[in-house]
Design a protein around this ligand. Structure first.
Ligand SMILES: [Zn+2]
Length: 597
């Protein structure tokens, strides 16, 4: 595993779960717990609950559950060690590793990240203060960037020099190379990768600097934009520019705007829409969607999505279905990119997002808008083109509605349209537009929020108390009092572990899930009352067995003994909730259970 257990526990204890969860979920206090819309499944009413004191969460909808480490892991797509390292970094805890090799890799990554971070600072400082950056500053001013924006995005300037950064950083050759900052040339000298470029530092979702995009100035050499090479820190397909700054707003709005360029993103921020991200010199890929689905359900494409072609369209539909997302296209004026629109008309940029169209509607508009609708031949061609677009959508229900639109616009009968050569293939699609919910979602949906606790029997109530107020009940509970297998397993896990977290970790999956859920539920139950009801139920179970024994026993002696015990047990049970009866019954039940074995 890598990190020593003790340090993992320290990190968990030092981390404020509410603070972390609050970056992704809008949480509202409900009683002693907090509730919000689950970031792990699509829902419209809150079933994601957090027990802040214990740092545990449970979703009554999809049963996602865990502690702050699981939460960060799932939402940021990190592995366990990365997650603990990130949280340790926030909490200022130095970690110890029990595996030397792993420790070495981690240290190496953090050395690379440190080098990139220093480069960010150095480039930024050059932009702000260096005389040779005057043209870069002029360019940024001309695009409407003020000092605040430049600082917010930590923009920089790579001077027109072949080793200025290398000389400033003075890192070892392998760190230099592996961090993607530059190369070691044939004469064994470190050489900068970026020169004479405005620098846009790229951070991962957690805010660690991982790479750069560099834009050349007018008359400069090479392509307009240049990106860092991929490195141990930086994979293009898993990085979205500005997600580190945007994610709070993205979660609040349940919407993320995806642009093609850094300046488009900054344009959105400047226009007051702080939920834009950009792919880094690559097209939107599966990994991007897997990341985004944790943050928002609505993906607004703020670029010419039609140019990406039909293959892209099919992928979008597939992602919509698979990740239960809505992919829409911002209604940008023809030919305008968001960066320019932000300078010219920020209001129009904001409107382009609110007036976004579903991807299919957008493509249809493209097909029909360009057509000549004045002649029957023109309308027929338009209809064919439009139907080819409609045919790609995997849902028959969705397709059918668009067929009606095409029929209206082209003045062609819908039945005729459906029989066009392009159309039949869509009917055979095996994919359906219906989303199936997560398995077993209904199992725990009964107890959303507070209230309604009467529905639970004393076993669950006792476990809930044992989780929340162990001092009230823990010492009075015994295994024999639990008839349900999962309840019993949960009780054993609780009784055998010093903390709730360790109990959850040590329990079998069903019992662990139950404990997670109980941790986010509330109880106002009275310990004495619950224990008394619990003992009464256990007593009645034993009583039923003894009565059967007394009736069925062929041996007279056994029958008499059983009858005597039955009479005693009945009398004691009738005296409940008297404390003296309780004090006699519990040890008797324990002994009875031992003899039964
Ligand atoms: Zn959920």
């Amino acid at each position: 595993m890598g990190i020593v257990d003790e340090d993992v526990a320290r990190v968990r204890a030092a981390t404020d779960f509410l603070l972390i969860a609050g970056e992704h979920v809008a949480l509202k206090r409900v009683g002693r717990n907090w509730m919000g819309l689950c970031p792990f499944h699509n829902e419209s009413s809150a079933s994601f609950s957090v027990n802040a004191e214990q740092g545990l969460y449970f979703c009554f909808g999809c049963q996602a559950s865990g502690d702050v480490i699981t939460f960060v892991r799932e939402i940021e797509h990190l592995d366990f060690v990365e997650t603990v390292e990130r949280l340790a970094g926030r909490a200022g805890i130095e970690l110890r590793y029990d595996d030397v090799r792993e420790s070495h890799d981690r240290q190496r990554r953090s050395r690379l990240a440190e080098a990139v971070e220093r480069a960010v600072d150095w480039y930024h400082d050059r932009l702000l203060t260096s005389p040779d950056a005057a043209r870069a500053r002029g360019y940024l001013r001309s695009r409407g960037y003020d000092g605040e924006l430049v600082r917010r995005f930590r923009l920089g300037w790579a001077p027109d020099d072949w080793d200025a950064l290398a000389k400033a950083l003075r890192v070892s050759d392998d760190v230099w190379r592996d961090s993607g900052l530059g190369i070691v040339n044939r004469r064994n000298r470190q050489q900068d990768d970026f020169r004479a470029r405005v620098m846009f530092p790229i951070f991962d979702a957690a805010g660690t600097a991982v790479a750069f995009g560099g834009r050349k100035l007018e008359g400069g050499e090479g392509p307009k934009y240049k990106n860092s090479r991929e490195s141990a820190l930086y994979a293009k397909s898993r990085t979205l520019y500005a997600l580190n700054w945007a994610k709070g707003d993205v979660v609040r709005a349940n919407e993320v705007i995806v642009c093609e360029g850094y300046t488009d993103v900054i344009g959105f921020f400047a226009a007051g829409v702080a939920r834009a991200v950009a792919t880094c010199g690559t097209s939107l890929a599966d990994d991007h969607f897997r990341m985004l689905k944790n943050f928002a359900r609505r993906i607004v494409l703020a670029y010419d999505a039609d140019a990406a072609g039909q293959a892209a369209a099919e992928r979008f539909y597939e992602w919509e279905r698979h990740y239960e997302l809505d992919v829409v296209v911002a209604n940008l004026p023809a030919g305008a990119d968001p960066g320019q629109l932000a300078e010219r008309d920020p209001e129009a940029l904001r409107r382009a997002v609110t007036e976004a169209h579903p991807f299919l509607a957008f493509r249809l508009e493209r097909a029909l808008g360009a057509a000549d609708m004045t002649t029957p031949e023109g309308r027929a061609r338009a209809a064919e083109a439009a139907m080819a677009v409609v045919a790609q959508h995997p849902s028959a229900l969705v397709r059918d509605q668009y067929v009606m639109q095409v029929a209206d616009r082209c003045r062609i009968d819908a039945t005729r349209l459906r029989s066009l050569p392009a159309a039949p293939s869509l009917a055979s699609s095996s994919r359906s537009g219906v989303h199936s919910g997560p398995n077993g979602a209904a199992v725990y949906s009964r107890r959303r929020g507070g209230g309604g606790q009467e529905a639970d029997g004393p076993e669950l109530e006792a476990l809930r108390l044992a989780v929340h107020r162990p001092e009230d009940v823990a010492h009075r509970l015994e295994e024999v009092l639990f008839a349900d297998e999962v309840h019993l397993a949960a009780f054993r896990a609780l009784a055998g572990a010093p903390t709730l977290h360790e109990a959850i970790a040590g329990a079998d999956p069903d019992a662990g899930l139950l404990l997670q859920r109980l941790a986010v539920e509330e109880t106002t139950a009275d310990g004495d009352d619950v224990v008394s009801r619990l003992v009464a139920e256990a007593g009645k179970r034993v009583l039923a067995g003894l009565e059967a024994e007394a009736r069925l026993s062929s041996e007279a002696f056994a029958a008499v003994a059983a009858k005597g015990t039955v009479a005693w047990l009945r009398a004691e049970l009738a005296r409940l909730p008297a404390v003296d009866a309780l004090d006699r019954l519990v040890p008797w039940l324990v002994r009875w259970a031992e003899e039964e074995e």
